[in-house]
Design a protein around this ligand. Structure first.
Ligand code: DGP
Length: 116
């Protein structure tokens, strides 16, 4: 279960705080990262707050596959289709929001040496 309830992403999903939303389905929302690390830096976020990280999300493989498919669709739509998909997992690995989300990074990195 999510440690933060509601997470910043739940507030975005519920339209309690604004975000630049680039895609939305029944299960997922995709937004531009507020602090982009690459020319294209999107976050694909399951609407469910039940998964704090990708390891927990792997318990729902169909939902995980939907995240990957949306990442690919957005990378084709907003870049040339080639991208990095990053799931920071755990605070020591850089995770700051414990509501699972995939970073979709494409194009030149803005801050060389820093992943996300
Ligand atoms: P991580 O560190 O992997 O948990 O990534 C969290 C990302 O979420 C980080 O790159 C910045 C982004 N972020 C945090 N708060 C907001 C927000 O309010 N709006 C948007 N668009 N992005 C946010």
């Amino acid at each position: 279960m999510s440690a933060e309830t509601p997470s910043i992403f739940s507030k975005i999903i519920d339209r309690e705080i604004p975000a630049d939303i680039v895609a939305e389905t029944d299960d997922l929302i995709a937004i531009r990262d507020i602090n982009p690390q690459a020319e294209l830096h999107l976050l694909v976020i399951p609407k469910s707050a039940d998964f704090r990280d990708v390891v927990e999300l792997a318990e729902e493989p169909e939902l995980l596959a939907k995240v990957v498919k949306m990442a690919g669709d957005l990378a084709r739509q907003y870049a040339d289709g080639e991208f990095r998909l990053v799931f920071n997992t755990g605070a020591a690995a850089g995770q700051s929001v414990f509501h699972v989300h995939a970073h979709v990074l494409a194009g030149p990195t803005l801050d060389e040496g820093k992943l996300v």
